[in-house]
Write a protein that binds this ligand. Structure first.
Ligand SMILES: [Zn+2]
Length: 220
């Protein structure tokens, strides 16, 4: 099992609704951002990625990339779930706290939980959504923006299951731009781990780059 944390802030700007947990909520302002500025989903995604020690959303979905302009963050959460799966992780639960004076989130809580549950393909009982104010203090208290915190727990499916059953282990090497880079990384890993027997090597697309997933066991 591994845990991760996520934190995000977006400032208010002119507009008539905010998107929180994939729900468009009428408000006197919007939230500024390159995507839909869904601060809650952003914190949840970073918690999940952090639990798997994968790069954060700013790295995976850069705000300089036009393909992410105004994109639904719930859609990005689906991609994060796929990345975790590929790296051998299953999501156990997520919990998040929205920090804002306004708007009130309670009427939308069930829909937010449903959206996160659908995107991450986990039961609604594994999604915590809470909201709090800062009693008028700080930037959230002055209604300058909204902050969100999240935690996530994931279990390492491939490693746990394979490891217990047969002594097999899984190693992922991430972030390669070309087949030559993958080959270099694999050769480096083989050289540093001469005592292992490699059972399989799988190359996967990974956040516009490539990852190599190795299954191996110790010799003897
Ligand atoms: Zn954000």
């Amino acid at each position: 099992m591994r845990t991760g944390i996520g934190f995000d802030v977006h400032a208010f700007c002119d507009g008539e609704h905010v998107t929180l947990g994939g729900v468009s909520i009428p408000h006197t302002n919007a939230l500024a951002g390159h995507s839909d500025a869904d601060v809650l989903v952003h914190a949840v995604m970073d918690a999940l990625l952090g639990a798997a020690a994968l790069p954060d959303i700013g790295t995976l979905f850069p705000d300089t990339d036009e393909q992410y302009k105004d994109i639904s963050s719930i859609e990005l959460a689906v991609r994060v779930k796929v990345l975790l799966e590929r790296a051998g992780f299953a999501i156990v639960n997520v919990d998040c706290v929205l920090v804002a004076e306004m708007p009130r989130v309670a009427p939308y809580r069930e829909q937010i939980k449903q959206n996160l549950s659908d995107a991450l393909e986990i039961d609604k009982t594994r999604v915590g959504v809470k909201a709090t104010t800062t009693e008028g203090l700080g930037f959230t208290g002055r209604k300058e923006g909204i902050a969100a915190l999240a935690t996530a727990l994931v279990c390492c499916t491939k490693q746990d299951v394979l490891g217990e059953a047969s002594g097999l282990r899984v190693k992922s090497l991430h972030g390669f731009g070309s087949p030559a880079e993958i080959e270099d990384a694999l050769n480096g890993w083989f050289a540093a781990n001469a005592g292992v027997e490699v059972v399989s090597v799988q190359i996967e697309p990974w956040a516009n780059r490539f990852a190599a997933i190795l299954v191996y066991r110790q010799r003897g």
